[in-house]
Design a protein around this ligand. Structure first.
Ligand code: CMC
Length: 380
């Protein structure tokens, strides 16, 4: 096929780049399913570990299968000593996403199977990556605050263990469950920008750790996973409910993007946002953060009125920002939390890609000049 016969699809918005059995998105009707199961049902009934099994294996586990995965994950919670030593060398003012990207890449240095691209080793690497990412985020946060790094507690699930390693206190059941639900909602989402990035890397037959480090780099951008941090900054900047109308109208008049709204795929409400809205209301009331919820709800009303007809609705990042704030998380840990959850999707998609691999290598339309004479540097 010549360049002329190829289709130029800016932003790949109309290109299907992979086949997957993991998540299904119907953007027009606001539907998201993991292996055919509606996301709302999973958020209400499942756990992050069970949803991980579902996404990786294509079926819900029975009790012994679930126990097997949970045990495997818990055995891998702890970080290699070399990774902890490395984290201790990081500047304390570094962005947590940079710290996470560096430490995830460094896991390869401590895994003898790092370069073995076969199904068994890749499952083991996926378990390590999902189990250890929370420990990296927590260890860096403790390090930058001058606090002792806390050993994981393998009696806890991933969500509660993360809060334990972060705060040095066992979370309440409600807090642990709130985070668990957020992890389920963020675990996978089709071939989004960071997942696509991971696929490009693994399709060269590179390795899982390199793919995950690249995906983290893609996730941190404000148009992707970085938006949850942007939402919280916006809420803090606006400050109070009575200032919401003027602030949003001014941003729209300036053609600024309102963080947490709009989506490449959803032109109806993101179903994760629908679930999180109700969920966030409860947790905001429980933690004395009603004003944040009220501000968010008012922003949603204004956006509905002004741009809803253009298919710009709240996305998953909009209400998750308030939830994370209610859980006491620092603002710059919001996107790392997204990475903790999405590690499941990234690793799962990479394993799918390797099962039927083809190098991902699109073309580009050259729009520069031709036939230009070389001018010696003395004549330029
Ligand atoms: N606020 C105001 N206007 C918007 C917004 C927004 N949040 N999102 C899109 N628009 C407008 C945009 O200005 C453009 O208008 P016009 O046609 O007049 O130039 C039109 O809608 C199309 O926008 P686009 O950016 O070209 O659309 P896209 O499909 O490339 O972008 C998006 C999708 C998510 C990048 C975009 O909606 C956005 O920047 N949203 C804010 C950032 C955000 O919340 N990102 C998180 C996405 S969900 C989590 C994830 O999966 O990462």
């Amino acid at each position: 096929m010549t360049v002329d016969e190829k289709i130029f699809d800016k932003g790949l918005a109309n290109t299907i780049a992979a086949e997957s059995s993991m998540s299904y998105i119907d953007g027009a009707n606001g539907i998201l399913e993991y292996v055919g199961i509606d996301i709302d049902s999973l958020a209400r009934n499942s756990t992050f570990e069970e949803s991980t099994y579902l996404l990786w294996n294509g079926t819900l586990p029975n009790q012994s299968q679930l126990n097997g995965l949970v045990d495997d994950l818990r055995e891998e919670y702890a970080l290699p000593g070399g990774v902890i030593d490395l984290i201790r060398t990081f500047p304390t003012d570094a962005a947590p996403m940079h710290a996470l990207q560096t430490a995830v890449a460094s896991l390869a240095l401590h895994d003898p199977e790092a370069d073995v691209n076969e199904p068994g080793p890749n499952v083991r690497k996926s378990i390590k990556l999902v189990a250890k990412t929370p420990a990296i985020v927590a260890a860096f946060d403790r390090h930058r605050k001058g606090l002792d790094i806390i050993e994981p507690d393998s009696s806890l699930d991933i969500a509660s263990n993360f809060l334990w390693m972060l705060n040095g206190e066992k979370p309440t059941e409600t807090m642990g469950k709130a985070l668990d639900v957020c992890l389920i909602l963020h675990a996978d989402h089709g071939t989004n920008a960071s997942t696509f990035t991971s696929l490009v890397v693994i399709s060269t037959l590179s390795d899982m750790y390199s793919s995950m480090a690249a995906a983290i780099g893609a996730l941190r951008g404000p148009l992707h996973g970085g938006a949850n941090e942007g939402v919280m900054r916006m809420l803090e900047e606006i400050g109070s409910l009575d200032k919401v109308d003027a602030a949003i109208e001014q941003k729209l008049a300036n053609k600024d993007k309102i963080m947490g709204f709009g989506h490449r795929v959803y032109k109806a409400v993101d179903p994760r946002a629908t679930y999180l809205k109700t969920f966030t209301k409860g947790i905001a009331e429980d933690t004395g953060n009603q004003s944040l919820y009220e501000m968010s709800s008012r922003i949603e009303d204004i956006m509905n009125e002004k741009v809803g007809s253009r298919g710009i609705y709240p996305n998953v990042d909009f209400y998750s920002a308030t939830t994370y704030h209610c859980l006491g998380l620092d603002l710059d840990l919001f996107t790392p939390l997204f990475a903790i959850a999405r590690m499941v999707g990234w690793t799962g998609h990479c394993m799918e890609q390797l099962a039927d691999n083809k190098l991902i290598r699109p073309g580009s339309a050259y729009i520069g000049p031709h036939g230009v004479d070389y001018t010696p540097i003395s004549d330029r």
